[in-house]
Design a protein around this ligand. Structure first.
Ligand SMILES: O=C(O)COP(=O)(O)O
Ligand SMILES: [Mg+2]
Length: 241
């Protein structure tokens, strides 16, 4: 990876800039309660989050419906077609998430400073997340991070989500930079795989969510403990070039 060639940076949202686990947990548990299902354990959410809302809701629902105590209690209309149940859950989840968004979430240490330093060094920044765009924009606004980003794209902005390379290629297009000159910063294999397939160099943070797997196993060029480290590394390479 030629870090000296980097001219723009794309940053993931959940698990990279904001710890949103609390938001997911509260919205999912309200949703499950609406459906007469028991609450979900945080560990399951941590293993599942990162591939968009539909994937999260469908996976959690499938898991909760398979619990023996739920099946035997008969408190859920298991005769419903699965698809109808998922559709209802998704609708309830969107409703609840619109209220929880940002309320049980914290910006990770070093994020504001790192973004500020990158912009001060002249790197245009884009935000690319699998979160629905309206929730992503609202979360960035609530957490005071919105002004750092020109383009912001969500999981519903394009036909396919990360780990498909399409969202990264489209984001590079919006930034006006070639993939090889655009650094992807994320926290999971979805970011690493998408970046590799798009031809973008990729830095992964060590503190986010990676489906329960060690982050070092995901494709990456750089592992960092803070976004501040990205700014320091890029500034160092820019000076040396
Ligand atoms: O799956 C999500 O909702 C968020 O995923 P992200 O890590 O791409 O922001
Ligand atoms: Mg993420």
């Amino acid at each position: 990876m030629r870090l000296s060639a980097i001219s723009a940076v794309i940053v993931d949202l959940d698990g990279t800039m904001v710890d949103t686990m609390g938001d997911f947990e509260v919205a999912l548990n309200h949703t499950l309660s609406d459906l007469g299902l028991p609450p979900v354990e945080r560990a399951l959410i941590e293993r599942t989050v990162g591939k968009g809302s539909e994937h999260l809701v469908r996976s959690v629902l499938t898991h909760q419906l398979a619990l023996p105590e739920v099946v035997s209690s008969g408190c859920v209309a298991l005769t419903w077609p699965q698809a109808q149940m998922v559709e209802l859950a998704l609708e309830r989840y969107q409703h609840h998430y619109s209220f929880t968004n940002g309320q049980y979430a914290d910006v990770y240490p070093g994020v504001a400073e790192g973004l500020q330093a990158l912009r001060a060094s002249g790197f245009p920044l884009a935000c690319l997340t699998n979160k629905p765009l309206s929730f992503a924009r609202a979360l960035l606004e609530i957490k005071g991070l919105n002004d750092h980003f020109a383009p912001v794209f969500g999981g519903d902005s394009f036909d396919r989500k990360k780990p498909d390379p399409l969202p990264l290629l489209k984001t590079c297009e919006a930034l006006g930079t070639a993939p090889a000159q655009t650094l992807m910063v994320g926290d999971s294999q979805n970011d690493g795989l998408a970046a590799r397939a798009a031809g973008c160099p990729v830095a992964l943070v060590t503190y986010g969510y990676n489906h329960g797997d060690p982050i070092a196993q995901a494709p990456h060029d750089l592992l960092v403990d803070s976004l501040v480290d990205i700014a320091v590394v890029l500034q160092g390479h820019a000076k040396a070039a």
